[in-house]
Design a binder for this molecule. Structure first.
Ligand code: MD3
Ligand code: FE
Length: 217
């Protein structure tokens, strides 16, 4: 038996934890490649800066976002959509770094979804207090492909509900290096992120970064 002295100490990755049909948590799965992922995030952010998007209802999101890959998720007063161009620069989004595509492919395969080739990666940056209210990811062209998410930096409380907004939500603490895969019957589950608690992460400081890989086309 292993004595876990500090809750923040990541456990080595063992096997997927099934939280609902088609929804799996791969705790610590990204730990071996976390530094490569963060350096690639820095490259993407240098070309396509993080920004606070405005919702169709006129609210400015507390989470700052950018994208890489062929398509990027954007929001403005006219709605939510995927776009091949960064509206800030008018240029194509930065290409998907190889280490992103490789990790997403491996994680999806580990969760039973073969040949996952996402064309979009949304990068979310949370600072203390930032949150994502309960929503479904339904702007993608195909609901057959899963979504893969990678958590980096400060821990967050992830809210996972059902297919109706009114369904009750379970809470999961996502830590640096955790990967989640959502497909099949959980693809349209409502989910969100509770306001980020203050803290300091050794590599990222007072931030959480989440990478969300999608097949948008
Ligand atoms: C469960 N991001 O960007 S990713 C989002 O931590 C988003 O930044 C969160 O939700 C974050 O849209 C959570 C995990 C996730 C993504 C898609 C899902 C969970 C999901 C789709 C269905 C069910
Ligand atoms: Fe989402």
């Amino acid at each position: 038996m292993t004595l876990r002295l500090f809750d923040e100490t990541p456990a080595p990755y063992v096997a997927p934890e099934v939280i609902a049909p088609g929804a799996m948590l791969l705790r610590g799965f990204a730990l071996g490649v976390d530094e490569a992922l963060l350096q690639a995030v820095e490259g993407v952010v240098a070309a396509a800066p993080l920004r606070h998007l405005v919702t169709p209802g006129g609210y400015t999101m507390s989470v700052a976002m950018t994208n890489c890959g062929a398509l990027g998720w954007v929001s403005d007063r006219s709605g939510y959509r995927y776009d091949a161009k960064d509206p800030l620069s008018g240029q194509a989004w930065p290409s998907m770094p190889a280490c992103f595509a490789e990790l997403a492919l491996r994680a999806a395969a580990e969760a039973g979804f073969d040949n996952f080739r996402p064309d979009a990666c949304l990068i979310n940056r949370y600072e203390p207090g930032a949150r994502l209210s309960l929503h479904q990811d339904k702007d993608e062209g195909s609901m057959d492909a899963p979504i893969v998410s990678v958590s980096l930096g400060l821990p967050a409380v992830f809210l996972f509900g059902g297919l109706r907004r009114s369904d009750c939500t379970a809470r999961y603490r996502l830590q640096h290096g955790d990967v989640a895969v959502w497909g099949g019957p959980s693809r349209l589950a409502y989910h969100g992120v509770a306001p980020l608690a203050k803290g300091e992460h050794a590599r990222l400081g007072a931030q959480r970064i989440n990478l969300t890989f999608r097949c948008a086309r």
